[in-house]
Design a protein around this ligand. Structure first.
Ligand SMILES: Cc1ncc(COP(=O)(O)O)c(C=O)c1O
Length: 387
């Protein structure tokens, strides 16, 4: 039998999934590893999906998404993000993940280098490798407020660097990049003639009232920014699989074309549900954001009281804990040992690239009781000298 594709053979499964599977086997485990909102999709969105199905919205749609949804997204981008985007500049995809894959697929050729943040969203390096690209990590250091260091970024540029990936509000650090940093990232991409994929799937999950999410595309004069958004976390719609990319020039058309052999089109029923998310009441959406704010406050307070160093998130639904004070690397072995000893499941820092060492990520998507007890148990585990 011939071998399967080399790049697929070499693909490494996310350690978060390993934890997920292990944790699912033990009843009563405190689940802090995944970014699955603890909320069900708001009822008015579910209702519209039922109605849409009954009305016959059950067939294929256009590759890049329903025109009716893209018209509403154009309004949302203007009102929420301050971006001007016509309906042809918006490509709806089955989730932000597919919008990211589709963007990379359009941009990179084998051997092209991609600048990726670490600690950063773990799926990106494997996605880049799967497409034959080469990840080059830049650090987001806690002593630099988890912001990029432009000297380091400059030192990573080679003749093969083609794309930079940026993510704010950032998973897993919770940092929301200030306007000056977002502007500097776009200028850096300009200076080195790079594409910039700006992952903004947490655009409406800013938790810190003093932080403001600033979209990179606001500073894009050359049409080099592809912005990625999603309905998953903001509207508690992870399972509906609706995300979208916003881009200029011929990129949206190329993304629409490459969607055909990948997925044909996003789910029509899910897109009608997404329309309800955009047109329906804001109150249930805002209530979820407020719950994350409360959980973040509780998580920080619990960690500090238990003697753990926590990085207070400004946005997203995650919080990083520093476990290096206890001599732990926060790696997969530590996470599995913690799970066995304390029945708490966390995302090991090692999944966030080399910059994740010495940290673990807890999800604020769990209930308050789970967050509080889970963090206390992590502290007990570390204080027992288990690393
Ligand atoms: C930074 C970031 N980008 C993209 C995604 C993909 O989300 P989805 O495919 O559900 O839209 C996630 C999910 O956790 C994420 O954290």
């Amino acid at each position: 039998m011939p071998d399967v594709a080399r790049l697929v053979r070499e693909y490494r499964r996310s350690a978060i999934r390993v934890l997920f599977d292990e944790a699912s086997r033990t009843e009563g485990t405190l689940r802090l590893e995944v970014g699955e909102p603890s909320f069900v999709t708001p009822q008015h969105i579910i209702e519209q999906a039922f109605q849409a199905a009954r009305q016959g919205h059950t067939g294929y749609g256009p590759n890049g998404g329903l025109l009716s949804l893209r018209a509403l997204l154009s309004e949302k981008l203007s009102q929420v993000n301050g971006l001007t985007a016509g309906v042809d500049e918006i490509v709806v995809c089955p989730g932000g993940m597919n919008a990211l894959y589709n963007s990379f697929a359009v941009l990179i050729e084998p051997g092209d280098e991609v600048l990726l943040p670490t600690p950063g969203f773990p799926n990106m390096d494997e996605m880049v490798r799967l497409l034959g690209g080469v990840p080059r990590f830049f650090r987001l250091r806690p002593d630099n407020g988890f912001l990029p260091d432009f000297d380091e970024l400059g030192s990573l540029i080679s003749g093969k660097t083609k794309v930079m990936f940026s993510n704010s509000p950032s998973n897993p650090t919770g940092r929301v990049f200030p306007e000056a940093v977002v502007r500097a990232i776009v200028e850096f991409a300009d200076r080195h003639d790079l594409w910039l994929i700006s992952d903004e799937v947490y655009d409406q999950l800013v938790l810190d009232p003093s932080a403001v999410h600033v979209p990179a595309a606001r500073f894009d004069t050359a049409g080099r920014v592809i912005s990625i958004f999603s309905f998953s976390k903001v509207y508690a719609m992870t399972g509906w699989r609706v995300g979208y990319a916003v881009a200029r020039g011929d990129i949206p058309q190329l993304m629409r074309s490459t969607q055909e052999p990948q997925v044909s089109c996003p789910s029509t029923i899910s897109q009608k549900a997404a329309e309800a998310a955009l047109t329906g009441p804001r109150q249930p959406i805002e209530a979820m954001r407020e719950a994350y704010v409360e959980r973040a406050t509780l998580a920080v307070k619990t960690a500090e009281a238990a003697g753990l160093r926590a990085y207070e998130p400004q946005g997203t639904i995650y919080m990083l804990l520093d476990v290096s004070d206890y001599g732990s690397d926060g790696g997969l072995d530590f996470a599995l040992e913690l799970l066995r000893a304390q029945q708490v499941s966390i995302a090991p820092g090692s999944v966030f690239g080399p910059g994740g060492a010495g940290t673990v990520r807890v999800s604020l998507a769990a209930s308050e009781a789970t967050i509080e007890n889970g963090i206390k148990r992590i502290a007990v585990h570390l204080q027992q000298g288990r690393r």
